[in-house]
Design a protein around this ligand. Structure first.
Ligand SMILES: [Zn+2]
Length: 273
């Protein structure tokens, strides 16, 4: 155990002041079943479901986990950061690499008692990311097919594509948000307040960016209506809106690359001898 790890010993916010003399001094719910763990020993088990009280307190520390699993987590984080960096110039190639990274991160820690909620959200993240990743392939195929069809005058409109495009991105976004939640659990088990706060921040940044892009999409549609109704069209309109979308993506890209750096440093410190 490194000196740094000892100095970093902090009490995670949600368990602050809950432990008195090795017992839980306040109302505190079991993370697995919701049973009130008040008065129970930290080293004991939940009388309702049998899960360790330590697990609910997030005191099943990361540094006690197997080095092999921790190394896989760090490998996943590095792949994720590489994927995010690549997503800027190479878009979906980066998404593929990032998804592989996410899957490393979302692997079960063998032998760990895992609260039901943690497990469900971890599996949901895996499922959504898988569906999203397959959907991206569908989007690629659709673009090819739409070009093929339009060249031959088979269709003049392909509205299904918009639905597919939006749907796939929404599913993947949800998967990413759940993956950040999984990273926050890692942060709570270090415990590292900086990482926990970083997870909350990056979650809101992703939600904010998605909201911003949807808002711009709405403006684009309003512009389209004005164009068809009144026949007035400002040719600057589309490039300006696209510019704003690019700015938002660039900002989110930069924030996420930085966030990956914080997680790699924080988890990396746990395995450093
Ligand atoms: Zn319980």
């Amino acid at each position: 155990m490194s000196v740094m790890a000892v100095q970093k010993e902090q009490i995670v916010e949600h368990v602050k002041n809950h432990v008195v003399d090795g017992h839980i001094g306040e109302d505190f719910e079991c993370l697995n079943c919701g049973y009130n763990l008040r008065t129970l020993a930290v080293e004991g088990d939940c009388p309702e479901c049998g899960m360790g009280v330590k697990v609910s307190l997030r005191k099943d520390l990361l540094r006690d986990a197997s080095p092999a699993w921790l190394m896989m987590i760090v490998r996943g984080l590095k792949l994720l950061r590489l994927g995010v960096i690549l997503a800027f110039p190479m878009l979906y190639i980066g998404v593929v690499v990032g998804t592989v990274g996410f899957f490393h991160l979302l692997q079960k820690q063998s032998g760990r008692e895992e609260p039901t909620k943690d497990r469900n959200l971890r599996l949901a993240a895996q499922g959504l990311l898988s569906i999203g990743a397959m959907g991206f392939i569908g989007v690629m195929v659709s673009i090819g097919w739409a070009v093929f069809a339009m060249e031959r005058g088979m269709f003049t409109e392909v509205p299904y594509f918009d639905v597919l495009f939006l749907g796939v991105h929404a599913v993947y976004l949800l998967g990413v948000l759940l993956a950040w939640r999984n990273v926050r659990v890692l942060g709570e088990r270090i415990p590292d307040d900086k990482l926990i706060n970083g997870c909350k921040r990056v979650t809101w940044e992703w939600i904010g960016a998605a909201g911003g892009i949807l808002g711009i999409g709405l403006l684009a549609n309003i512009g389209n209506v004005i164009y068809t109704q009144y026949g007035h069209y400002n040719w600057l309109y589309a490039p300006v809106l696209m510019g704003f979308v690019c700015l938002i993506l660039l900002w989110l890209w930069w924030r996420t690359v930085k966030f990956c750096g914080i997680v790699i440093e924080s988890v990396g410190e746990v395995i450093r001898p």
